[in-house]
Design a protein around this ligand. Structure first.
Ligand SMILES: NC(=O)c1ccc[n+]([C@@H]2O[C@H](COP(=O)([O-])OP(=O)(O)OC[C@H]3O[C@@H](n4cnc5c(N)ncnc54)[C@H](O)[C@@H]3O)[C@@H](O)[C@H]2O)c1
Length: 322
């Protein structure tokens, strides 16, 4: 594994995934070899841990010059408009999600970058896809603008790989749960908010109904999956659109019960909003056997072990007795 001479740019480094992915990449590749960038101010957890440049991924010239100037060899593109925010402004979501990817793929082709990472989502699936154990290859008719943009993005990734030899790799993340950085406007955000509210107020009003099952994953598994995919030998990467990825599937009622085991007086109420309709169009569980077979994917966390870890870490953040 030749990870020493690579120079990595993480775009959208201050978001929910970016903060943790940048931290882990810096640990593996060396702080100076991983440049964080975002539209926002540098995230507090990244400050002092390595180089930071302010960059709007929509400004292709600026992005191109950052890549050339810093001799970047790999790009992780995490900037995007997520599902719930996207439904409020579909034109903006389409524009940002598509153009950011095309800018990066074009520069990768021109500058012959060694590898690109771009995440897709389980939101590519729609109401006509099988809802249980949704296969890698199946009917894909997304009904949200976020899902439509992710699906189009997958096709672009495969196109750039097939036609221009760009080594672009991708995962269809399920809903991601983390305690370090707040989520950025997705439909699965409830599964993060619930832990904060359980500790702060002993109660949580959920915007999805109690029996809404969705595929989910704890952030340490998502970060490990991302790096394992990127480090896998090129001949093991057989899917150039995006790999299904899975860890667990649960409903709001089940995550509430898992929290109840550790906080017995925690109470949940339900008041669905527009995000229910988005959730209803998505799979309940995902078949990730291609990822398992091709590059050996295996998750570590389940609902119980994640709940213990989330609450322990959030107690430290809120200065609560452990
Ligand atoms: N978090 C999840 O549960 C989840 C699930 C499936 C897929 N994904 C995908 O993973 C990626 C990262 O998601 P996230 O949850 O970290 O999102 P996020 O919203 O938390 O972070 C995105 C970051 O991108 C930055 N950004 C937005 N526009 C930009 C621009 N024009 N130029 C530069 N930076 C810009 C934002 O400031 C933000 O810090 C996205 O592609 C998302 O669709 C996330």
């Amino acid at each position: 594994m030749n990870i020493v001479k690579d120079k990595i740019l993480v775009i959208g480094a201050c978001g929910q995934i970016g903060v943790e992915l940048t931290t882990e990449l810096r640990r593996l590749y060396g702080s100076d070899n991983v440049i964080a960038s975002d539209l926002r101010d540098e995230h507090i957890l990244l400050k002092g841990t390595g180089p930071y440049v302010s960059c709007d991924v929509m400004n292709k010239e600026m992005l191109h010059s950052i890549i050339v100037q810093h001799k970047i060899t790999q790009v992780y593109l995490l900037a995007a408009i997520l599902s719930a925010t996207g439904e409020k402004n579909p034109a903006l979501a389409w524009h940002i999600n598509m153009q950011s990817l095309l800018n990066v793929l074009d520069i990768a082709k021109e500058e012959k970058l060694s590898k690109i990472y771009w995440p897709s989502s389980i939101a590519v699936f729609g109401p006509t896809s099988p809802r249980q154990n949704t296969p890698q290859h199946t009917v894909i008719e997304p009904t949200t603008i976020y899902g439509i943009s992710k699906y189009a993005g997958e096709r672009w990734c495969e196109y750039y790989h097939n036609n221009y030899g760009v080594d672009v790799r991708s995962l269809r993340y399920p809903g991601l749960i983390s305690y370090k950085s707040v989520p950025g406007g997705g439909t699965t955000d409830y599964a993060v908010e619930i832990y904060h509210e359980a500790l702060k107020n002993n109660s949580y009003e959920c915007f999805l109904t109690e029996d809404t099952y969705l595929p989910m994953m704890y952030m340490p598994d998502a970060i490990r999956a991302t790096i394992e995919l990127m480090e896998a030998p090129i001949d093991q990467i057989k899917i150039r659109s995006s790999y299904n990825l899975s860890a667990m599937s649960f409903s709001p009622k089940e995550i509430g019960s898992a929290i109840n085991k550790l906080i017995p007086d925690f109470k949940m109420t339900y008041k669905e909003d527009f995000r229910q309709q988005i959730a209803n169009s998505w799979p309940q569980s995902i078949d990730d056997s291609s990822a398992q077979q091709d590059w050996g994917w295996k998750p570590e966390y389940n609902l119980e072990s994640m709940t213990v870890d989330m609450l322990e870490n959030l107690k430290v953040q809120y200065n609560l007795p452990c």
